[in-house]
Write a protein that binds this ligand. Structure first.
Ligand SMILES: [Zn+2]
Length: 103
């Protein structure tokens, strides 16, 4: 990484930037690459999601055990999502019932 002289996006003064995501301006102490920083986080999240779906993807070369495990894990994950939705619905019904009870 090389040190570059760039204009601070916050105060407009010249400052030194080493190319890091968390480098701060020497004048106002603001982050120099707020844009890069959020993009880096986003990229990381997307890579994680890609890795996960790649893991669960059933390839033609997978054996029956591997296929079964992958199906099982994805079914389990869907079950978790459904349970959350179900929980939300039950809570909503309870709230409605409580509001319907007179007194
Ligand atoms: Zn600054």
């Amino acid at each position: 990484m090389s040190v570059r002289e760039i204009k601070c996006p916050h105060c407009g003064k010249w400052t030194l930037w080493e190319g890091g995501l968390d480098d701060r301006c020497v004048n106002c102490n603001g982050f120099l690459e707020t844009h890069e920083f959020s993009r880096g986080v986003e990229r990381k999240a997307r890579q994680e999601a890609l890795k996960e779906s790649g893991f669960l993807y059933i390839r033609p070369g997978d054996g029956p055990v591997k296929r079964f495990l992958k199906r099982f894990i994805s079914a389990f994950r869907w079950l978790g999502i459904y349970l959350q939705v179900l929980f939300f619905i039950v809570v909503t019904i309870i709230i409605v019932l409580i509001s319907l009870i007179p007194g």
